[in-house]
Design a protein around this ligand. Structure first.
Ligand code: 57M
Length: 361
């Protein structure tokens, strides 16, 4: 909204010309989101405490988790408020990609919210049953992929995907694109959710991944940079940098309170929404496979669960002491902050590596 109000004034007051620039608006979306999140944090925590929205802890958790019982959860609400307001303020609201990513975030956020609501408020520890949760995720995922393919993206590239390391090869998946896109978006959403099991463990890598995508969407949406790097040019995708900036600000503000020892958890309302947003960014920028590197920590966590389940079913033996992988290290006796910071380090390295692949083609 600020963009639409202030930018037209540049004809009389030239300083308002800066509102044209995506870089400027991304920086301010970041700062606004961080400030909102930081200021609103204590208020949200006190409300969550007042309404007894605290975490139930299972008895089979590594022992250090038992003391976390009652920690306010559903802090994803804070992330949502803090990223929506700045995006609506600083982004060009005529841009379809902005609405697409906001719909994806809110769509997965609603599923997460309902799951948390059943777990925490209705006190049913299993939450929303898989037979309802999965179809709901598929439905939201399908809405996003259909919107992207048939309404948002340019029809020349709508069902094409980008292949890392190869220039000018963008295979057209035609009808299979919907299936592929659904896989990306559901995979990202659930992988972030699985990772969200230690203080700051999910939000750290989400912030680093968003930093990488800020660069990627900016370059992808700029015809000169896209041509120079030989990456697909996606008209309008640059505006998504403002959304990324807002998520980084909201995420860091949330981390202020989620840092070990956490004063609140994000809940599924946060983890499913942020994962859904990441998947949507990967699809919108035609940098789908790079998400496997950028979100490598999420991939490793999800793989550890898949390996554990398959191994247990086939051989009756576990590969890890407990999956997802962070529980394995806890069981091995690593202190929680050490696991968290080491996962962050890996996530930063992967984000940097992913950026290096943009020129390698
Ligand atoms: C997310 N949720 C946390 C919090 C957070 C298929 C199976 C592998 C699924 C997996 C699972 O349930 N994953 C879902 C994990 C929970 O956190 C809440 O959930 C939200 C995210 N969805 O925001 O609201 C607990 O995690 C801890 N936590 C923190 N700090 C944070 O900032 O310490 C969370 C955020 C919180 C808190 O203790 O209560 C969770 O772990 O439940 N299941 C598992 O992860 C289980 N693994 C398992 O059963 N492994 C098996 C098989 C199936 C692979 C095996 O290895 O043999 C573990 N989960 C739990 N206990 N709770 C097992 C032990």
């Amino acid at each position: 909204m600020l963009y639409h109000i202030l930018y037209p004034l540049h004809e009389t007051i030239s300083v308002f010309n800066v509102f044209r620039y995506i870089t400027f608006r991304t920086a301010y979306a970041f700062i606004t989101a961080f400030i909102i999140s930081l200021i609103l944090g204590p208020f949200i925590i006190s409300k969550l405490k007042k309404y007894h929205i605290g975490q139930n802890i299972r008895t089979d958790v590594p022992k250090n988790h038992l003391s976390k019982a009652g920690t306010p959860t559903m802090g994803g609400i804070l992330i949502m408020i803090s990223l929506f307001i700045p995006t609506l303020c600083w982004a060009d609201l005529t841009n379809k990609y902005i609405w697409l990513v906001l719909i994806a975030t809110i769509g997965f956020g609603i599923i997460g919210f309902y799951d948390d609501y059943i777990k925490v408020i209705k006190r049913k520890s299993l939450g929303l049953r898989a037979r309802y949760k999965f179809p709901a995720q598929v439905l939201v995922g399908l809405i996003i992929t259909c919107l992207l393919a048939f309404y948002v993206a340019d029809s020349r590239i709508a069902t094409r995907i980008g292949i890392p390391f190869f220039k000018e090869i963008y295979p057209d998946l035609h009808g299979f694109y919907l299936l592929f896109a659904l896989l990306v978006i559901l995979g990202a959403s659930n992988a972030v959710n699985l990772t969200d099991g230690l203080d700051g463990l999910a939000i750290g890598p989400v912030v680093f991944a968003m930093m990488a995508y800020t660069v990627i969407v900016y370059l992808t949406g700029n015809i000169k940079f896209a041509e120079y790097l030989n990456i697909p040019y996606v008209e309008g995708a640059g505006e998504l940098a403002i959304f990324c900036g807002a998520v980084i600000g909201a995420g860091l503000g949330f981390l202020w309170y989620n840092a070990y020892p956490a004063q609140m958890f994000m809940g599924d309302v946060g983890s499913l929404a942020l994962g859904g947003a990441l998947g949507t960014l990967a699809l919108a920028s035609k940098q789908e496979f790079i998400l496997l590197v950028i979100g490598g920590v999420f991939v490793i966590e999800a793989l550890s669960v898949i390996i554990q389940v398959i191994s247990f079913k086939l051989t009756g033996k576990r590969v890890f002491q407990m999956a997802p992988l962070h529980h394995h290290f806890e069981k091995k006796g690593w202190e929680e902050p050490k696991i968290i910071v080491r996962f962050w380090i890996i996530s930063i390295i992967l984000a940097m590596l992913s950026l290096s692949t943009l020129k390698l083609r």
